[in-house]
Structures are given as structure tokens and as C-alpha cells.
Design a binder for this molecule. Structure first.
Ligand code: SF4
Ligand code: MG
Length: 285
């Protein structure tokens, strides 16, 4: 076995998490740090970027480069970090409100361009930080502070959305299933391209303690022989209403954004357009 240089204590920051007792985000923090230990990524070669929300506090609890940005803007900030330093691992984190409401316009573009980063969304089906309003993933009929008579709006299905947007790695895990979460998050970080992980991460304070139990009853791992390269099958899994499937649901190997930029550079060289060349060179590692 390779030498273990970094352990959990190397990734833990001095800040103590202030999430409510029983919040699913503790499990995500732990799974993420365990994945770093498995991968032995030096803390100074990573950047964790977030927007605003309970889960967006996460970069403060990990000893890497980090940026707690503004609401919904984790993806463009992370894109900027990656393009300016392609050698570091970039991980964007946040919640369902931050990512799928105000931030939703950024997601398809990072996915289709295949920016080499990981995006982890802690989905609790509610706005937790602002104390319990319906979010884009709140189920129909649910009573929240803003849907007193029941939520009228069809929720977003994050996995289905990400497959449709051509994300090259799409997965779902549950914060109450750490073994699977660590394994899948490790694969997501290793993936070359835009990897998306939806983490079912309960909010006991505003969705009730039963949210944990309800998720646990419905989740099932993908079958051992499941092939994530089959897009049609991946949509079937995303549309499954009987069970919530956990694992790597879809993956595709295709060039990342910087590969395409390098190709453009060759084209511009052939065309003798030095001004384009100079521009592209700014994004070289
Ligand atoms: Fe977690 Fe909900 Fe508390 Fe926010 S409000 S810290 S999501 S339990
Ligand atoms: Mg939320």
C-alpha cells in the first residue's frame, strides 16, 4: 500500500461546525474528508467553493483553499478557479436552494463544457438557513413556511436534470450511508470532467426527524452489474418512483474544456491569429 501521508486531522480546519444536531451535512463533511484521505490529495492542491446556505458553510470546516461566495454562484466561481489553475482539484458544494433556484442557470453550461470539477449538492428539499421555505426540490403537497396549504410546484429531479445537461458523471448518495457516499464521492473527484453528486442530506429542523427514516426506507444501491454508460437506462433510474437509487448513475468519458482549448490553440496557430493565441495562453497551467 502507498504511504499514507495525510490523515483526517490534516483536512479538518479549526472551525467547529455549527449545523443543528442530526443535520445530514455532518455526514457529507465526513464522507468528503474520508475521500480526501483515500485519494491522498495534499490540502494545498484543492479548492472548495460554495454559495450561500447551511451546506455552503462546508468549505470553512475543511483545511483546503476555500471560498464562501454569494448565493447561487459557486459554479462560476469554481470555473474561474479551475481555469486559472488547472492543476488543483476544484470542488463546488452547496444546497438545493442555492444550486437549483438562483444558481440554476450556471449548471448546464459548466456541465456541457465539461469543466473539470466536482459539484456536490446537499439536497434536503428545503431552504434551511432562511428557516424553512419551499425549495426547488420540495415535493408536491408538502407543507412548509411558504406553502402553508401544500406545495403546488413540481419538484426538480436533480439526477434527471444533470443527465439531460450532459454532465459526464452523475451520481446520487445518502448521507446516512457513509460507505457508499465515500466510495462514490471518491470516484467523482477522480473523474476527469464535470462530476455531479446529489447527496440526500436531511434537515431534521425544518423537514422533521422522520425525513431520515423516509429516505432510508426508499433508498437502494444500484445492481452490481449496472452499466452507467447507458444513457437511456440512466434516465430510467432517474425516473424510478418506487425506489431512490444510489450510486454512479451515468458516466461518459469525453474531452474536458482545457483539452478543447488546446485544440483551439492549434487551430489558431495554423490560422496565424496570434491575438487568439495570446488569449488562450493565459489559461495554460
Ligand atoms: Fe442542517 Fe436544517 Fe439545521 Fe440547516 S437548518 S443546519 S440544513 S438541520
Ligand atoms: Mg436545502
Amino acid at each position: 500500500m502507498d504511504e499514507v501521508k495525510y490523515s483526517l486531522k490534516d483536512y479538518k480546519s479549526d472551525l467547529k461546525p455549527i449545523w443543528c444536531p442530526g443535520c445530514g451535512d455532518y455526514g457529507v463533511l465526513n464522507a468528503l474528508m474520508q475521500a480526501f484521505v483515500k485519494l491522498q490529495i495534499p490540502p494545498h492542491q484543492m479548492a472548495l467553493i460554495s454559495g450561500i446556505g447551511c451546506s455552503s458553510r462546508l468549505p470553512g470546516y475543511i483545511n483546503t483553499y476555500g471560498f464562501n461566495g454569494i448565493h447561487g454562484r459557486a459554479i462560476p466561481l469554481a470555473t474561474g478557479v479551475k481555469l486559472s489553475n488547472p492543476d488543483i482539484k476544484v470542488i463546488a458544494v452547496g444546497g438545493d436552494g442555492d444550486g437549483f433556484s438562483i444558481g440554476a442557470g450556471h449548471i448546464p453550461h459548466a456541465a456541457r463544457k465539461n469543466i473539470d470539477m466536482t459539484y456536490i449538492v446537499m439536497n434536503n428539499n428545503i431552504y434551511g438557513l432562511t428557516k424553512g421555505q419551499a425549495s426547488p426540490t420540495t415535493p408536491v403537497g408538502e407543507q412548509t413556511k411558504t406553502t402553508f396549504y401544500g406545495n403546488m410546484d413540481e419538484p426538480i429531479n436533480p439526477v434527471r436534470m444533470m443527465i439531460a445537461y450532459k454532465a459526464s458523471f452523475v451520481a446520487r448518495v445518502f448521507s446516512g450511508d457513509p460507505k457508499n457516499a465515500i466510495e462514490v464521492i471518491t470516484q467523482a473527484i477522480q473523474h476527469r470532467g464535470f462530476s455531479f453528486v446529489e447527496v440526500l442530506s436531511p434537515c431534521p429542523t425544518f423537514r422533521g426527524v422522520e425525513q431520515f427514516k423516509l429516505i432510508r426506507e426508499k433508498v437502494r444501491h444500484l445492481p452490481e452489474d449496472y452499466q452507467p454508460t447507458d444513457e437511456v437506462r440512466a434516465f430510467d433510474i432517474a425516473n424510478d418512483n418506487d425506489f431512490i437509487r444510489l450510486g454512479v448513475i451515468y458516466r461518459q468519458d469525453r474531452p474536458i474544456y482545457t483539452d478543447i482549448m488546446r485544440k483551439m490553440q492549434q487551430v489558431s496557430e495554423k490560422m496565424g491569429k496570434p491575438e487568439i493565441l495570446n488569449l488562450l495562453k493565459q489559461f495554460e497551467p
